[in-house]
Unconditional design. Structure first.
Ligand code: FES
Length: 111
């Protein structure tokens, strides 16, 4: 497992999201990061319904109220804090969470 500095907390608007493509050991990882205040949650950018990328436009995956992650393909809604689908075709399934820590303004992930 590798620890990688992903971004600064302030690179993501509060209540917003950002997309990242990280390459580690020649493997590319598409990730989506969501910020709520000082907390940042990172998930694989892949919907448990069909495996499609969540964001559209690129990097944007929050619903209009900025309270849930929204899959742009069939509009599944996921809780930000644990990635559980609370509405949509993959109800009860989870986004794949990435271990994430915030130190000061820096966001680190373990891949
Ligand atoms: S691919 Fe995300 S809800 Fe269908």
């Amino acid at each position: 497992m590798s620890r990688i500095e992903l971004c600064a907390v302030t690179d993501i608007a509060d209540g917003g999201s950002a997309g990242f493509q990280v390459t580690e050991d020649d493997v590319s990882h598409d990730l989506i990061a969501v910020r709520k205040g000082a907390a940042v949650y990172v998930y694989r950018n892949s919907c448990p319904h069909q495996g499609d990328m969540l964001d559209y436009p690129a990097g944007q995956c929050m619903d209009d109220t900025k309270t849930h992650i929204l899959c742009a393909v069939h509009m599944a809604l996921f809780r930000v804090e644990d990635g559980e689908c609370i509405d949509g075709p993959c109800f009860g399934e989870h986004l794949a969470a990435i271990d994430t820590t915030v130190e000061g303004d820096a966001v680190f992930i373990d891949l």
